[in-house]
Design a protein around this ligand. Sequence first.
Ligand code: FES
Length: 615
Amino acid sequence: MPTVKYIPYNKLIDLQAGTNLLAATGQSGIYLEGDCAGKGTCGKCRVRIVEGDTVTPTESEKKHLSQSELDTGWVLACQRPVNSNLTVEVPRHKDAHSRKTTLTSGAKLLEAEPAIQKVALSLERPSVKDQKADLERLLRTADQEHLQINLRELTALPALLRNNRFKVTMVHDDYRVISLEPGDTSDQLFGIAFDIGTTTIVGSLIDLNNATVIAMAAATNPQNVYGADVISRITHASQVEGGLKQLQGKVIDAANQIIRQLLKQSGIVRDRIYEITAVGNTTMSHLFMGIDPTYLAPAPFIPAYGRTLEVEASQLGLNINPSGKVLFLPNIAGYVGSDTVGVILATNMDQRKDNCAAIDIGTNGELVLAAGGRLMACSTAAGPAFEGAEIKHGMRAAAGAIEAVNYSNGQLEVITIEDAPACGICGSGLIDAAAALLQAGLIEPTGRFVNPEENPERIPKEFLGRLRPSQVGYEFVLTPAVESDTGEDIVLTQGDLRELQLAKGAIYAGLMILLKEADLKISDLNQVLLAGAFGNYVRKESALTIGLLPAIPPEKIIAVGNAAGDGSCMALASKTMRRRAIKLPEKVDHLELSTRPDFQDIFINALSFEFSDKL
Ligand code: FES
């Protein structure tokens, strides 16, 4: 049985001979990107074999790794079955989550109106003249005689009352007693709102007594070893024995890791967390709950359920108060999930009477249109380009990612997150780079790089040598090797531009179909809301330059941050908001774009960087 030693983590695991190194790394709990789920096409699962067998590189490794990388032991983990002992160096994962947490600690959400309440009680002591049973005495004192109680709390009740001089705190919702605690703990009432993203999971710890966010934490969704997109995850759940359990285990582990971080940051004990709300796309909600998502993948894209699900946290293995509960908000359709419900709630779109669109830019672009009181939604397969996948040097937004590119006075300025040496390019940098190179005249409206051999006069001399031939078309050097963190040139390739065109074309076409359905024109839109933390970082001008957004005045484009997560927080802190969220799917008309014969024409028109905005 071979052993793999991971450095710098100093972790050893024993494996069955032949186990794939990417799968083994996932089992070990060490984070490794695997955007293509081991197909060998993304090139993201790089590790270095420090000791052990070196084997002939596969075609995929030759494509994604330079000769000097191959010579120094770099491999793609997904291409390596482990047949003998190995020492493997895994690049340290840079924190890619800060952009997902857009609420700030201390943010007051709205008026506190929690579904779970606490009441400190001082009970009359029993006597021969008052022989009421303990439970009835408790509920009568609280004036909540209709409440149910579970056996665990009831079993502990007699001793709890007598050991605490009949002074206890009752935690309850509208239907049942959740917990009984000694003394007065009424000032400690907490819940956690989760946004379960395909890429990133965010948790916000909320003081339910005053609806205030007191701590936030995030983690990469560790399901990513089974692929970056929801289809890869559904495939793993449906085709691999035990796959659904693996995926659920990963997301629950990550949620528990976030809970631990939140408790550490705040100094609160886990038993004071009584409720969790969660939003996510429909696939994520199925996987979180351990429900088979198989029939979401093929047409007609049918989820197992749509409504709000409420279960005990302990059933899912979530480490909060053992009697605490989890509420996953409802889905609208197979590819429009409760994350969109969260966006609508947080942006008040269901209350608006004007015309307004919200775009949640991600692997699945989810779009909502409020059209004079009517609500419509659709999802469009934008692909993972904005998350950095399928982009040669793509990465998530973390230190060293190129996040902005400015072009002025004939000069390009490349800006990285935290001003760290460049190690890749994230979604906002990708959009900016394309916009800047379009302005510099280095990209044709069709999306092709200008051929410097055919048109040398079109290449400003500052850029000579930076636009160069590659294996497939041309590529542009954004940061040269001497300035980069990786020791290699960070480039934007022709293939990257194609991925970007597909992504932006899909989002644009989705919006156009919604407008068409509502009989509206672009000029009828009062606002376009960019949801998703990514929206905070996309420069409106660049998004308009490349045609990701329709041609409307930039002041009408508003970044609203991680609205899905904010909606989860609101549904946790307020019963009124929760009721609204639960009813939202009934009010939203879902449009299935795959049934629209006009989608393809609009999409193809929108692939170009210079196209007509006419419907
Ligand atoms: S190349 Fe290995 S996971 Fe994509």
